[in-house]
Ligand binder design. Structure first.
Ligand code: ADP
Ligand code: ADP
Length: 228
């Protein structure tokens, strides 16, 4: 469902961040992306949701090469992808409800559907009661749960998360993992870059390790493999 074929990325300053990656991720997989700082994990994640374009290579999402898409076709592919960031990136002046509803309003879903769908995903992350709050009235763990609700409101095929637990204490980090696992169990593919050794070693999922912009390890039920 997600395929990278001989993907390279050089930034304009000449840094070679990704150096010939080939991977294949199937529908429903849960995949951790691990590796030292500067290894190319964020670039890999950004390539997947077309925040950066590769210098060379193909990136296929359900058979569509996202590197060749015309800009006007990008939103359609992005809708298949939910993205979660380390620093949440909620819109500060919008309420929790509005942050989550936004993606559905952009595509002009029926208002009644939007209300039901937004409350359903807020229920999934157990924050229905915070619908009227502003993001800065929530704890970090709560803000991340809202950003996950936002990422799945469109029923994406894949949720792509770049260090989603990086700013959270262990208890909140585990709360996030429970939610991601529940989303995965309902059939959504999860690809998550992380430095959290405990989480990777406890969950026993596929682990892809990146070093120097290359895949150096790809194991089912893998381990973190680095010192924390
Ligand atoms: P990781 O997420 O594993 O820490 P990154 O993908 O952020 O790795 O970075 C890989 C390499 O690319 C590093 O050398 C980093 O300094 C460089 N890099 C990342 N983003 C940019 C950018 N926008 N411009 C130039 N170099 C970058
Ligand atoms: P944590 O224990 O994760 O640090 P906080 O102490 O920040 O969490 O928040 C605890 C609870 O209080 C949360 O449910 C949060 O939504 C609520 N809360 C925190 N700050 C505010 C605020 N300024 N206005 C309303 N509710 C708040």
């Amino acid at each position: 469902m997600i395929e990278m074929k001989d993907v390279w990325k050089a930034y304009p300053n000449g840094v070679m961040a990704v150096n010939g990656i080939d991977i294949h991720i199937e529908k429903g997989e849960f995949v951790y992306i691990v590796g030292p700082s500067g290894a190319g994990k964020s670039t890999f994640i950004k390539l997947m949701h077309r925040e950066v374009k590769p210098t060379k290579g193909k990136i296929l999402i359900e058979g569509i090469d996202i590197t060749k898409l015309r800009n006007r076709h990008v939103p359609k592919v992005r809708r298949k992808l939910g993205v979660v960031f380390q620093d949440f990136k909620l819109l500060p002046k919008l309420t929790v409800y509005e942050n989550v509803a936004f993606a559905l309003e952009v595509i002009e879903e029926h208002p009644r559907y939007i209300r039901k769908r937004v409350m359903d995903v807020l229920d999934l992350v157990k924050l229905k009661h915070k619908a009227r709050s502003l993001p800065d009235e929530l704890s970090g763990g709560e803000q991340q749960r809202i950003s996950i609700a936002r990422s799945i409101v469109n029923n994406p095929l894949v949720v792509i998360a770049d260090e989603p637990t990086g700013n959270l204490d262990p208890e909140n980090a585990w709360g996030i993992m429970e939610i991601l696992e529940e989303i995965n169990e309902s059939g959504t593919t999860i690809v998550m870059a992380t430095h959290n050794k405990d989480i990777v070693n406890t969950m026993k999922k596929r682990v892809i390790a990146i070093e120097g912009g290359m895949v150096v390890r790809d194991e089912q039920r893998g381990e973190y493999g680095y010192e924390a």
